[in-house]
Design a protein around this ligand. Structure first.
Ligand code: NAP
Ligand code: SF4
Length: 721
């Protein structure tokens, strides 16, 4: 492929301010990569149907042009049993023809591609799933069948055939998915492998399936084909692998012919967060560093590496030979090019929220990115020069207003952004104050940079008036939301605060009731139970979640030791059912576990009676009929089922007597949702001014940053056409 001295097309040369280790080339078999970034596998929802191949190609091309040297696709099963769900991507005879144009295009843009081979095993969402032994995972509804000896051999054969087809399709290699609790990992761990034949029993026998797969692929594809094996460094489940078993496997894989070793952390069923925003950056890199000491092939570090500084540090200190970035390349396809140019401030940093990527993948919606709505829609949502340059006023510098203002300016409009406070950020400025959500500050840093480069004129401490706004061709009202003040007797009592006051430093008592248990109520509970100014360092975080060294304990997990909560907190909602049911699919469980660990008392089915000097008076309805209690726990086959179940639960009659209670609290915090601020809309429209509402000003009841940023971008991109 590229000569080591070559710089891929479109990439600027390394500057003195750049990242020398990150940007140094690396020879991998017959390839030479121009930098140390590997794009990790992500399932975008565009892999499954051939009609989406153009969109998938555009997505990868944007990352190749942005400077990534090696791109891994989303997971493709080598056979029918291993698909993630019915209709999910798998390698078929047609792959060689179907994917050829994509791999050719990406190669001409300077990047090589690896096809990820992923057999989901018992994580397959269908009734014909198979595993090392018959078992059901806690996160899927189906019990997997035991693979027979013949089945194991034929599965190995399907991996090697899939690799051959990948080679014919123009892939430089394959990544064999051996981590995150998928089939190969299921063979490796005693948790799921109870066999006594040649594929189980001893650790050496449990490893045989993995090593035979690599041997078979190498035999089928020849010496130049890249084989990456993604190894689970710490399973983070009980009865996972020991460190000795991990390193023994690494040695055997090298002997079997792998070109490089990728790394994964934790099974999907693990109760330890591994990629959420609250996980410290590069939290698991120490294990990669230890693995690197063991083997002769390059090793890739992964998980929560989202800035060039972190990547450079890991490479410079010898923790890894390459870094894997997945979501950071959703957030910014030009991460590598901007790093190369020493322009890290311009990077749109992934804040590990999962809201538009993984949460959507789990509900089978196409993935995108909260901070970059163009991700996955490269053919559809394009920022390009407008045919007519307009004078555009944007009111409000929250996420929607920032996205709208910058996009409009980049399309060639003359944009002025009015913000009544002395800083940008809106709800993001509040979110960044929540312990574990500090990454949200990166988005504000990015927009600060983008405002300056796009030419937006920002007016802080500036309340826009109708008189001022009527002079513009278009007004984008991104004036956001105000907290809803619920109609409760005593809501004006001195003990009552609204959540923005709490998050910006108001004095809060030791015993607190939070009214409203949506995303913000849960965040405020986390804020109040953490000690002021406390941010977990890595050791504290590991204790909080029960992470230990897999060299000491099988799987690398122990009993969590959360710190004592800073306050007594009650978190309340009127609806029945569990608290936090509306939180994101991939992060809700983390928040719920955190609330439990902090002793937050969660009360549903509440009626608020009054607030007075005694505290908060409530009535709690009984938890409901047996049917009501069971409905929310129905199998989650479809999102719709859940929604219907919740609606039905709310309608069903409850049994027993309502119970009056007084919560003896010093402070009551209102997190009861929001209302749109649209103050000037009617007046401006009456004057004939073209007005668009964006973000919370448009829809407050589902105040959602993903929607806000996308809407701001789309509305602005459509102006002047
Ligand atoms: P929300 O999710 O709509 O929750 C509002 C809460 O207030 C609910 O618990 C609601 O439950 C209660 N409530 C509504 N009207 C009330 C009234 N009149 N009196 C008393 N209680 C009332 O809104 P949010 O918490 O403000 O969050 C807004 C959005 O921000 C979310 O939709 C989410 O997209 C986003 N967000 C998400 C996260 C996260 O996922 N971690 C974090 C922060 C924000 P009852 O009606 O049952 O009492
Ligand atoms: Fe990162 Fe959030 Fe974007 Fe996903 S949606 S790539 S986690 S910023």
């Amino acid at each position: 492929m590229t000569d080591p001295a070559d710089v891929p097309p479109g990439i600027q040369p390394v500057t003195a301010a750049g990242y020398p280790h990150l940007m140094s080339p690396l020879a991998l078999g017959s390839l030479t990569l121009s930098n140390r970034v590997v794009m990790g596998s992500m399932h975008l929802g565009l892999e499954d149907k051939s009609r989406d191949l153009d969109a998938l190609t555009a997505f990868y091309l944007a990352r190749a042009r942005g400077g990534v040297g090696l791109i891994t696709t989303g997971g493709f099963s080598p056979n029918r049993a291993g698909v993630l769900y019915p209709g999910a991507g798998r390698v078929t005879e047609g792959l060689a023809d179907d994917h050829r144009a994509m791999t050719d295009a990406v190669r001409s843009a300077g990047a090589a591609m690896l096809l990820q081979l992923l057999h989901a095993g018992r994580y397959s969402y269908h009734p014909l799933s198979v595993s090392a032994s018959s078992s059901k995972s806690p996160i899927t509804p189906f019990r997997a069948l035991t693979l027979s000896d013949r089945g194991v051999v034929s599965t190995i054969d399907s991996f090697s055939k899939a690799a051959e087809l990948a080679a014919r399709a123009g892939y430089a290699g394959v990544e064999v998915m051996g981590s995150e609790g998928y089939l190969i990992n299921q063979f490796l761990a005693p948790r799921t492998n109870h066999r006594t034949d040649r594929w189980g029993g001893s650790a050496a026998d449990r490893r045989r399936f993995a090593t035979r797969i690599v041997q078979a692929i190498r035999a089928a594809t020849g010496p130049d084909f890249l084989i990456s094996f993604r190894l689970s460094l710490a399973d983070l489940v009980s009865e996972g692998q020991t460190w000795q078993e991990v390193t023994d496997l690494a040695h055997e894989l090298v002997d079997a012919g792998v070109t490089l070793l990728g790394t994964g952390i934790g099974w999907h069923e693990s109760r330890v967060p591994t990629i959420a925003t609250s996980v410290p950056r590069a939290a698991f890199a120490e294990l990669t560093a230890r693995l690197r000491q063991e083997v002769s092939v390059p090793v890739v570090a992964a998980n929560r590496i989202n800035t060039p500084e972190v990547a450079e540090r890991l490479l410079a200190e010898g923790s890894a030979d390459l870094v894997q970035l997945a979501r950071p390349l959703l957030a910014d396809p030009d991460f590598v090019g901007k790093s190369r140019a020493g322009n890290a401030d311009a990077i749109n940093t992934c804040i590990a929220c999962n809201q538009a990527c993984l949460d959507r993948t789990f509900t089978r919606e196409p993935a995108s990115c909260m901070v970059n709505p163009m991700a996955g829609r490269e053919t559809e949502l394009v920022i390009e020069p407008a045919t007519r340059s307009l004078r555009v006023a944007v009111v409000g510098a929250g996420p929607a207003g920032l996205a709208a203002a910058c996009t409009a300016a980049e399309c060639g409009h003359r944009v002025e952004l009015f913000e009544s406070s002395n800083h940008i950020g809106g709800q993001f400025d509040l979110a960044r104050r929540i312990p574990g959500k500090e990454e949200f500050a990166e988005t504000l840093r990015y927009f600060t940079h983008r405002i300056s480069t796009s030419g937006v004129r920002l007016h802080l401490n500036s309340t826009a008036t109708v008189e001022l706004l009527r002079e513009f061709d278009v007004v984008l009202l991104a004036s956001g939301v105000r907290p809803r003040i619920p109609d409760i007797i005593g809501v004006d009592h001195p003990s009552v605060l609204c959540y923005p006051e709490v998050l910006t430093g108001a004095i809060v008592g030791q015993r607190v009731a939070i009214i409203g248990a949506g995303g913000i109520g849960v965040d405020v509970a986390e804020f109040l139970t953490h000690s002021a100014g406390h941010q977990d360092d890595l050791a504290n975080w590991q204790r909080r979640w029960g992470v230990t060294d897999p060299a000491d304990t099988r799987g690398g997990v122990m009993t969590p030791e959360p710190p004592d909560p800073a306050r007594t907190v009650y978190l309340l909602q009127r609806r029945p059912g569990r608290i936090g049911a509306t939180l994101g699919t991939t992060t809700g469980w983390i928040h719920r576990a955190s609330l439990r660990a902090s002793g937050v008392q969660q009360i549903s089915s509440v009626t608020y009676e009054r607030i007075d000097d005694e505290g908060l008076h409530i009535t709690v309805a009984p938890s409901g009929s047996p049917l009501t209690r069971r409905l929310p726990r129905m199998p989650r086959i479809l999102r719709q089922t859940r929604i219907l179940a919740k609606q039905a639960a709310a309608l069903l009659p409850t049994t027993g007597k309502a119970e009056p209670r007084i919560l003896p609290v010093d402070t009551v915090v209102l997190c009861a949702g929001q209302e749109s601020v649209t103050d000037m809309q009617a007046e401006l429209m009456a004057l004939g001014v073209r007005v668009h509402l964006v973000g919370g000003a448009d829809v407050a009841h589902e105040l959602d940053a993903v929607r806000a940023i996308e809407q701001g971008t789309r509305v602005a991109a459509g102006l002047g056409r």
